[in-house]
Design a protein around this ligand. Sequence first.
Ligand SMILES: Cc1cc2nc3c(=O)[nH]c(=O)nc-3n(C[C@H](O)[C@H](O)[C@H](O)COP(=O)(O)OP(=O)(O)OC[C@H]3O[C@@H](n4cnc5c(N)ncnc54)[C@H](O)[C@@H]3O)c2cc1C
Length: 373
Amino acid sequence: MYDVVVVGGGLAGLISSIELARAGFSVVVIERKHYPFHRVCGEYISNEVRPYLAHLGLDLKALGVKEITDFRFTSPSGRALDTQLDLGGFGVSRFRLDFALYQLALQTGVEFCLGETVNEVTEDLGNSFEVHIQSGRAIVGKVILGSFGKNSKMDKALKRDFVHEKSPYIGIKYHIRTQFSQHLIALHNFQDGYCGISAIEEDKYCLCYLTTRDNLRRYRDIADMEQNVLWKNPHLRRIFNESEFLYERPEVINGFSFAPKQTVENHILMVGDAAGLITPLCGNGMAMAIHGGKIAAEQTMLFLEGKISRSQLENDYTKRWKEQFASRLWVGRTVQRLFGDEWLSELSLRIFQNSKPMLKWVIKQTHGKVIAV
Ligand SMILES: Cc1cc2nc3c(=O)[nH]c(=O)nc-3n(C[C@H](O)[C@H](O)[C@H](O)COP(=O)(O)OP(=O)(O)OC[C@H]3O[C@@H](n4cnc5c(N)ncnc54)[C@H](O)[C@@H]3O)c2cc1C
Protein backbone atom coordinates (compact mmCIF):
# COMPACT_ATOMS: atom_id res chain seq x y z
CA MET A 1 0.00 0.00 0.00
CA TYR A 2 1.44 3.33 -1.09
CA ASP A 3 0.13 6.72 -0.03
CA VAL A 4 0.19 7.78 -3.68
CA VAL A 5 0.43 5.92 -6.99
CA VAL A 6 1.39 8.15 -9.91
CA VAL A 7 0.43 6.86 -13.36
CA GLY A 8 2.87 8.29 -15.92
CA GLY A 9 6.33 9.72 -15.28
CA GLY A 10 6.44 12.86 -17.45
CA LEU A 11 6.90 16.31 -15.96
CA ALA A 12 3.60 16.36 -14.07
CA GLY A 13 4.15 12.91 -12.53
CA LEU A 14 7.80 13.50 -11.64
CA ILE A 15 7.16 16.88 -9.98
CA SER A 16 4.20 15.67 -7.91
CA SER A 17 6.10 12.55 -6.82
CA ILE A 18 9.15 14.59 -5.70
CA GLU A 19 6.96 17.00 -3.69
CA LEU A 20 5.06 14.15 -2.00
CA ALA A 21 8.16 12.10 -1.19
CA ARG A 22 9.84 15.20 0.28
CA ALA A 23 6.87 15.62 2.58
CA GLY A 24 7.42 12.04 3.83
CA PHE A 25 4.73 10.15 1.90
CA SER A 26 5.33 6.84 0.13
CA VAL A 27 5.06 7.26 -3.63
CA VAL A 28 5.47 4.99 -6.63
CA VAL A 29 5.56 6.21 -10.23
CA ILE A 30 4.49 3.74 -12.92
CA GLU A 31 5.97 4.66 -16.30
CA ARG A 32 5.65 2.60 -19.47
CA LYS A 33 9.12 3.54 -20.77
CA HIS A 34 12.67 3.50 -19.36
CA TYR A 35 14.54 6.77 -18.74
CA PRO A 36 16.15 8.53 -20.50
CA PHE A 37 14.00 8.72 -23.61
CA HIS A 38 12.98 11.22 -26.28
CA ARG A 39 9.46 12.54 -26.62
CA VAL A 40 7.65 14.86 -28.99
CA CYS A 41 7.90 18.36 -27.53
CA GLY A 42 9.21 21.74 -28.70
CA GLU A 43 11.51 21.81 -25.63
CA TYR A 44 11.05 25.52 -24.95
CA ILE A 45 10.15 26.11 -21.28
CA SER A 46 8.70 29.33 -19.97
CA ASN A 47 10.71 31.09 -17.26
CA GLU A 48 7.65 31.01 -15.01
CA VAL A 49 8.92 27.67 -13.64
CA ARG A 50 12.60 28.55 -13.44
CA PRO A 51 12.86 29.63 -9.75
CA TYR A 52 10.67 26.68 -8.76
CA LEU A 53 12.88 24.13 -10.57
CA ALA A 54 15.97 25.67 -8.93
CA HIS A 55 14.22 25.48 -5.55
CA LEU A 56 13.53 21.75 -6.15
CA GLY A 57 17.27 21.27 -6.61
CA LEU A 58 17.58 21.12 -10.39
CA ASP A 59 20.81 22.68 -11.67
CA LEU A 60 19.68 24.12 -15.00
CA LYS A 61 23.16 25.43 -15.83
CA ALA A 62 24.60 21.93 -15.46
CA LEU A 63 21.91 20.69 -17.87
CA GLY A 64 23.30 23.12 -20.46
CA VAL A 65 20.04 25.02 -21.03
CA LYS A 66 19.95 27.86 -23.58
CA GLU A 67 18.42 31.23 -22.72
CA ILE A 68 15.63 32.24 -25.10
CA THR A 69 14.58 35.88 -25.23
CA ASP A 70 13.38 36.58 -28.78
CA PHE A 71 10.41 35.40 -30.78
CA ARG A 72 9.93 35.19 -34.54
CA PHE A 73 6.64 34.31 -36.11
CA THR A 74 6.25 33.69 -39.85
CA SER A 75 3.22 33.20 -42.08
CA PRO A 76 3.06 30.36 -44.66
CA SER A 77 4.39 32.74 -47.34
CA GLY A 78 7.37 33.63 -45.16
CA ARG A 79 6.33 37.09 -43.91
CA ALA A 80 8.06 37.53 -40.54
CA LEU A 81 7.19 39.26 -37.31
CA ASP A 82 9.90 39.70 -34.64
CA THR A 83 9.47 40.67 -31.03
CA GLN A 84 11.07 40.17 -27.64
CA LEU A 85 9.50 37.86 -25.08
CA ASP A 86 8.62 39.67 -21.85
CA LEU A 87 9.24 36.69 -19.61
CA GLY A 88 11.23 34.47 -21.97
CA GLY A 89 12.30 30.93 -21.33
CA PHE A 90 14.98 28.33 -21.85
CA GLY A 91 15.63 25.35 -24.09
CA VAL A 92 16.64 21.87 -22.98
CA SER A 93 15.78 18.43 -24.34
CA ARG A 94 13.15 16.35 -22.59
CA PHE A 95 15.69 13.50 -22.78
CA ARG A 96 17.87 15.47 -20.38
CA LEU A 97 15.27 17.33 -18.31
CA ASP A 98 13.05 14.33 -17.53
CA PHE A 99 16.09 12.18 -16.75
CA ALA A 100 17.41 14.80 -14.29
CA LEU A 101 14.02 14.94 -12.57
CA TYR A 102 13.88 11.14 -12.46
CA GLN A 103 17.27 11.08 -10.73
CA LEU A 104 16.13 13.77 -8.30
CA ALA A 105 12.99 11.72 -7.57
CA LEU A 106 15.07 8.60 -6.88
CA GLN A 107 17.28 10.57 -4.45
CA THR A 108 14.15 11.86 -2.72
CA GLY A 109 12.88 8.33 -2.12
CA VAL A 110 10.31 7.95 -4.90
CA GLU A 111 9.94 4.34 -6.08
CA PHE A 112 9.63 3.57 -9.77
CA CYS A 113 8.00 0.79 -11.69
CA LEU A 114 9.44 1.25 -15.19
CA GLY A 115 8.56 -0.45 -18.47
CA GLU A 116 5.06 -1.15 -17.14
CA THR A 117 1.82 0.13 -18.64
CA VAL A 118 -1.20 0.74 -16.42
CA ASN A 119 -4.27 -0.94 -17.89
CA GLU A 120 -6.92 0.16 -15.40
CA VAL A 121 -7.58 1.46 -11.91
CA THR A 122 -10.27 -0.09 -9.72
CA GLU A 123 -11.69 1.12 -6.43
CA ASP A 124 -11.17 -1.01 -3.33
CA LEU A 125 -13.64 -1.29 -0.48
CA GLY A 126 -11.24 0.23 2.03
CA ASN A 127 -11.05 3.71 0.48
CA SER A 128 -8.04 2.77 -1.62
CA PHE A 129 -7.44 1.88 -5.27
CA GLU A 130 -5.84 -0.95 -7.19
CA VAL A 131 -3.71 0.01 -10.14
CA HIS A 132 -3.49 -2.92 -12.55
CA ILE A 133 -0.34 -3.10 -14.62
CA GLN A 134 0.42 -5.01 -17.80
CA SER A 135 2.52 -7.71 -16.14
CA GLY A 136 -0.56 -8.77 -14.15
CA ARG A 137 0.29 -7.24 -10.77
CA ALA A 138 -1.85 -4.71 -8.90
CA ILE A 139 -0.37 -1.85 -6.90
CA VAL A 140 -2.52 -0.34 -4.16
CA GLY A 141 -2.63 3.35 -3.28
CA LYS A 142 -4.72 5.76 -1.17
CA VAL A 143 -4.57 8.48 -3.83
CA ILE A 144 -4.03 8.00 -7.57
CA LEU A 145 -2.61 10.76 -9.76
CA GLY A 146 -3.28 10.45 -13.49
CA SER A 147 -0.29 12.07 -15.21
CA PHE A 148 -0.36 9.87 -18.30
CA GLY A 149 -0.23 12.66 -20.85
CA LYS A 150 -2.25 13.50 -23.94
CA ASN A 151 -2.52 10.11 -25.55
CA SER A 152 -2.89 7.08 -23.27
CA LYS A 153 -4.85 3.84 -23.19
CA MET A 154 -5.99 5.04 -19.74
CA ASP A 155 -8.32 7.55 -21.43
CA LYS A 156 -10.24 4.68 -23.04
CA ALA A 157 -10.09 2.51 -19.91
CA LEU A 158 -11.67 5.36 -17.95
CA LYS A 159 -14.25 5.97 -20.73
CA ARG A 160 -13.39 9.66 -20.69
CA ASP A 161 -15.88 11.84 -22.62
CA PHE A 162 -13.44 13.18 -25.19
CA VAL A 163 -12.37 9.72 -26.46
CA HIS A 164 -15.48 9.73 -28.67
CA GLU A 165 -14.40 12.97 -30.31
CA LYS A 166 -11.92 13.18 -33.17
CA SER A 167 -8.20 13.11 -32.31
CA PRO A 168 -6.99 14.82 -35.46
CA TYR A 169 -3.50 16.04 -34.51
CA ILE A 170 -0.02 14.63 -34.90
CA GLY A 171 3.27 15.95 -33.54
CA ILE A 172 6.70 15.33 -35.12
CA LYS A 173 10.12 16.16 -33.68
CA TYR A 174 13.77 16.17 -34.75
CA HIS A 175 17.01 17.28 -33.15
CA ILE A 176 19.16 19.12 -35.65
CA ARG A 177 22.38 21.11 -35.99
CA THR A 178 21.88 24.33 -37.91
CA GLN A 179 22.79 28.02 -38.29
CA PHE A 180 20.28 29.81 -36.08
CA SER A 181 20.35 32.26 -33.15
CA GLN A 182 20.53 30.45 -29.81
CA HIS A 183 18.32 33.11 -28.19
CA LEU A 184 15.46 32.85 -30.66
CA ILE A 185 12.36 30.73 -30.75
CA ALA A 186 10.75 30.79 -34.19
CA LEU A 187 7.29 29.58 -35.03
CA HIS A 188 6.81 29.00 -38.75
CA ASN A 189 3.28 28.51 -40.05
CA PHE A 190 2.28 26.28 -42.94
CA GLN A 191 -1.01 24.94 -44.27
CA ASP A 192 -2.74 23.15 -41.33
CA GLY A 193 0.12 23.45 -38.91
CA TYR A 194 3.12 25.22 -37.45
CA CYS A 195 6.71 24.32 -36.69
CA GLY A 196 8.83 25.58 -33.78
CA ILE A 197 12.59 25.76 -33.72
CA SER A 198 14.79 26.72 -30.77
CA ALA A 199 18.13 25.87 -29.19
CA ILE A 200 18.70 23.12 -26.63
CA GLU A 201 21.91 21.81 -25.01
CA GLU A 202 25.19 21.02 -26.82
CA ASP A 203 24.64 23.35 -29.80
CA LYS A 204 21.66 21.31 -30.90
CA TYR A 205 18.23 22.60 -31.88
CA CYS A 206 14.79 21.14 -31.50
CA LEU A 207 12.59 21.28 -34.57
CA CYS A 208 9.07 20.20 -33.75
CA TYR A 209 5.79 20.65 -35.57
CA LEU A 210 2.10 20.08 -35.17
CA THR A 211 -0.20 19.22 -38.03
CA THR A 212 -3.26 17.12 -38.77
CA ARG A 213 -3.55 13.43 -39.65
CA ASP A 214 -5.54 14.52 -42.72
CA ASN A 215 -2.60 16.58 -43.93
CA LEU A 216 -0.31 13.55 -43.68
CA ARG A 217 -2.83 11.21 -45.37
CA ARG A 218 -2.66 13.32 -48.53
CA TYR A 219 1.01 12.41 -49.01
CA ARG A 220 3.12 9.25 -49.28
CA ASP A 221 4.88 9.71 -45.99
CA ILE A 222 6.23 12.32 -43.57
CA ALA A 223 9.11 13.36 -45.85
CA ASP A 224 6.73 13.80 -48.79
CA MET A 225 4.39 15.96 -46.69
CA GLU A 226 7.29 18.07 -45.43
CA GLN A 227 8.49 18.79 -48.95
CA ASN A 228 5.03 19.56 -50.32
CA VAL A 229 3.57 21.48 -47.40
CA LEU A 230 6.13 22.71 -44.87
CA TRP A 231 8.69 23.74 -47.47
CA LYS A 232 6.26 26.22 -49.01
CA ASN A 233 7.31 28.43 -46.11
CA PRO A 234 10.76 29.62 -47.30
CA HIS A 235 12.14 29.68 -43.74
CA LEU A 236 11.30 26.01 -43.29
CA ARG A 237 12.62 25.08 -46.72
CA ARG A 238 15.95 26.67 -45.81
CA ILE A 239 16.13 24.97 -42.40
CA PHE A 240 15.26 21.53 -43.81
CA ASN A 241 17.80 21.90 -46.60
CA GLU A 242 20.67 23.39 -44.65
CA SER A 243 20.55 21.45 -41.37
CA GLU A 244 22.04 18.20 -40.18
CA PHE A 245 19.29 15.91 -38.87
CA LEU A 246 20.51 13.94 -35.87
CA TYR A 247 17.86 11.19 -35.69
CA GLU A 248 17.54 8.35 -38.15
CA ARG A 249 13.79 8.92 -38.06
CA PRO A 250 11.62 11.53 -36.29
CA GLU A 251 9.82 11.09 -32.98
CA VAL A 252 6.09 10.98 -33.72
CA ILE A 253 2.98 11.23 -31.58
CA ASN A 254 -0.18 10.34 -33.39
CA GLY A 255 -3.82 11.13 -32.60
CA PHE A 256 -4.52 13.62 -29.85
CA SER A 257 -6.87 16.55 -29.43
CA PHE A 258 -7.17 19.78 -27.47
CA ALA A 259 -10.69 18.99 -26.27
CA PRO A 260 -11.56 20.05 -22.70
CA LYS A 261 -11.19 17.25 -20.13
CA GLN A 262 -12.42 16.53 -16.59
CA THR A 263 -9.91 17.28 -13.83
CA VAL A 264 -11.03 14.34 -11.68
CA GLU A 265 -12.33 11.03 -13.10
CA ASN A 266 -13.20 7.98 -10.96
CA HIS A 267 -11.44 9.71 -8.02
CA ILE A 268 -8.20 9.97 -10.01
CA LEU A 269 -6.71 13.49 -9.95
CA MET A 270 -5.65 14.31 -13.49
CA VAL A 271 -2.43 16.31 -13.85
CA GLY A 272 -0.60 17.85 -16.81
CA ASP A 273 -1.84 17.01 -20.31
CA ALA A 274 -4.18 14.35 -18.86
CA ALA A 275 -6.13 17.25 -17.32
CA GLY A 276 -5.97 19.49 -20.40
CA LEU A 277 -3.53 20.06 -23.23
CA ILE A 278 -2.72 23.63 -24.23
CA THR A 279 -1.97 24.17 -27.91
CA PRO A 280 1.83 24.03 -28.44
CA LEU A 281 1.62 27.40 -30.20
CA CYS A 282 1.62 28.89 -26.68
CA GLY A 283 4.78 27.11 -25.52
CA ASN A 284 3.35 26.70 -22.04
CA GLY A 285 2.39 23.00 -21.68
CA MET A 286 5.52 22.04 -19.75
CA ALA A 287 5.16 24.94 -17.32
CA MET A 288 1.52 23.96 -16.79
CA ALA A 289 2.46 20.31 -16.20
CA ILE A 290 5.09 21.37 -13.64
CA HIS A 291 2.76 23.82 -11.88
CA GLY A 292 -0.12 21.32 -12.01
CA GLY A 293 2.09 18.64 -10.44
CA LYS A 294 2.89 21.00 -7.56
CA ILE A 295 -0.79 21.86 -6.99
CA ALA A 296 -1.86 18.18 -7.09
CA ALA A 297 0.84 17.30 -4.53
CA GLU A 298 -0.18 20.14 -2.18
CA GLN A 299 -3.86 19.13 -2.22
CA THR A 300 -3.00 15.43 -1.82
CA MET A 301 -0.86 16.21 1.25
CA LEU A 302 -3.83 17.94 2.93
CA PHE A 303 -5.94 14.81 2.36
CA LEU A 304 -3.26 12.37 3.55
CA GLU A 305 -2.69 14.48 6.67
CA GLY A 306 -6.43 14.12 7.44
CA LYS A 307 -7.10 17.87 7.05
CA ILE A 308 -9.65 17.48 4.25
CA SER A 309 -12.02 14.71 3.08
CA ARG A 310 -11.74 12.97 -0.29
CA SER A 311 -14.63 14.97 -1.74
CA GLN A 312 -12.96 18.21 -0.52
CA LEU A 313 -9.71 17.05 -2.11
CA GLU A 314 -11.43 16.52 -5.44
CA ASN A 315 -13.44 19.77 -5.31
CA ASP A 316 -10.56 21.95 -4.13
CA TYR A 317 -8.17 20.47 -6.68
CA THR A 318 -10.65 21.07 -9.50
CA LYS A 319 -11.19 24.65 -8.33
CA ARG A 320 -7.48 25.44 -8.08
CA TRP A 321 -6.79 23.80 -11.44
CA LYS A 322 -9.51 25.84 -13.18
CA GLU A 323 -8.39 29.11 -11.58
CA GLN A 324 -4.84 28.52 -12.71
CA PHE A 325 -5.24 26.99 -16.18
CA ALA A 326 -8.77 27.10 -17.68
CA SER A 327 -8.52 30.52 -19.33
CA ARG A 328 -5.03 29.76 -20.78
CA LEU A 329 -6.40 26.65 -22.48
CA TRP A 330 -9.31 28.61 -23.92
CA VAL A 331 -7.06 31.39 -25.28
CA GLY A 332 -4.70 28.75 -26.72
CA ARG A 333 -7.54 27.01 -28.58
CA THR A 334 -8.87 30.34 -29.87
CA VAL A 335 -5.47 31.58 -31.08
CA GLN A 336 -4.75 28.26 -32.80
CA ARG A 337 -7.92 28.72 -34.87
CA LEU A 338 -6.40 31.93 -36.30
CA PHE A 339 -3.61 29.88 -37.81
CA GLY A 340 -5.69 27.06 -39.30
CA ASP A 341 -5.36 27.99 -42.95
CA GLU A 342 -2.97 29.99 -45.08
CA TRP A 343 -5.22 32.98 -45.71
CA LEU A 344 -6.19 33.41 -42.07
CA SER A 345 -2.56 32.99 -40.95
CA GLU A 346 -1.43 35.76 -43.31
CA LEU A 347 -4.19 38.05 -42.08
CA SER A 348 -3.52 37.33 -38.39
CA LEU A 349 0.17 37.96 -38.83
CA ARG A 350 -0.49 41.32 -40.51
CA ILE A 351 -2.80 42.33 -37.66
CA PHE A 352 -0.20 41.39 -35.04
CA GLN A 353 2.50 43.14 -37.08
CA ASN A 354 0.54 46.36 -36.81
CA SER A 355 -0.14 45.91 -33.13
CA LYS A 356 2.73 44.40 -31.16
CA PRO A 357 1.08 45.35 -27.83
CA MET A 358 -1.83 43.12 -28.89
CA LEU A 359 0.58 40.25 -29.64
CA LYS A 360 2.26 40.68 -26.25
CA TRP A 361 -1.15 40.75 -24.56
CA VAL A 362 -2.11 37.44 -26.25
CA ILE A 363 1.20 35.82 -25.24
CA LYS A 364 0.59 36.99 -21.65
CA GLN A 365 -2.88 35.43 -21.61
CA THR A 366 -1.42 32.01 -22.46
CA HIS A 367 1.14 32.17 -19.64
CA GLY A 368 0.94 32.26 -15.85
CA LYS A 369 2.83 34.21 -13.22
CA VAL A 370 6.24 33.03 -12.03
CA ILE A 371 5.55 30.22 -9.53
CA ALA A 372 6.23 31.44 -5.99
CA VAL A 373 8.69 29.32 -3.99
C1 LIG B 1 4.01 19.06 -31.02
C2 LIG B 1 4.09 19.53 -29.59
C3 LIG B 1 5.03 20.50 -29.22
C4 LIG B 1 5.10 20.96 -27.90
N1 LIG B 1 6.01 21.92 -27.59
C5 LIG B 1 6.04 22.43 -26.34
C6 LIG B 1 6.99 23.43 -25.99
O1 LIG B 1 7.85 23.84 -26.77
N2 LIG B 1 6.92 23.95 -24.74
C7 LIG B 1 6.03 23.51 -23.80
O2 LIG B 1 6.03 24.03 -22.68
N3 LIG B 1 5.15 22.53 -24.10
C8 LIG B 1 5.13 21.98 -25.33
N4 LIG B 1 4.27 20.97 -25.64
C9 LIG B 1 3.42 20.44 -24.56
C10 LIG B 1 4.22 19.56 -23.58
O3 LIG B 1 4.98 18.61 -24.28
C11 LIG B 1 3.27 18.84 -22.63
O4 LIG B 1 2.32 19.76 -22.15
C12 LIG B 1 3.99 18.20 -21.45
O5 LIG B 1 4.88 17.23 -21.91
C13 LIG B 1 2.98 17.56 -20.51
O6 LIG B 1 3.63 16.79 -19.53
P1 LIG B 1 2.86 15.56 -18.87
O7 LIG B 1 3.69 15.14 -17.72
O8 LIG B 1 1.45 15.91 -18.63
O9 LIG B 1 2.82 14.44 -20.00
P2 LIG B 1 4.00 13.64 -20.71
O10 LIG B 1 5.26 14.40 -20.60
O11 LIG B 1 3.48 13.27 -22.04
O12 LIG B 1 4.15 12.33 -19.81
C14 LIG B 1 3.16 11.33 -19.75
C15 LIG B 1 3.85 10.03 -19.41
O13 LIG B 1 2.87 9.02 -19.13
C16 LIG B 1 3.33 7.77 -19.65
N5 LIG B 1 2.14 6.93 -19.82
C17 LIG B 1 1.07 7.14 -20.63
N6 LIG B 1 0.15 6.17 -20.47
C18 LIG B 1 0.65 5.33 -19.53
C19 LIG B 1 0.16 4.15 -18.93
N7 LIG B 1 -1.07 3.64 -19.25
N8 LIG B 1 0.92 3.52 -18.01
C20 LIG B 1 2.16 4.02 -17.67
N9 LIG B 1 2.67 5.15 -18.22
C21 LIG B 1 1.91 5.80 -19.12
C22 LIG B 1 4.02 8.15 -20.96
O14 LIG B 1 4.96 7.19 -21.37
C23 LIG B 1 4.68 9.49 -20.56
O15 LIG B 1 6.02 9.30 -20.13
C24 LIG B 1 4.19 20.46 -26.93
C25 LIG B 1 3.27 19.48 -27.29
C26 LIG B 1 3.20 19.03 -28.59
C27 LIG B 1 2.19 17.99 -28.95
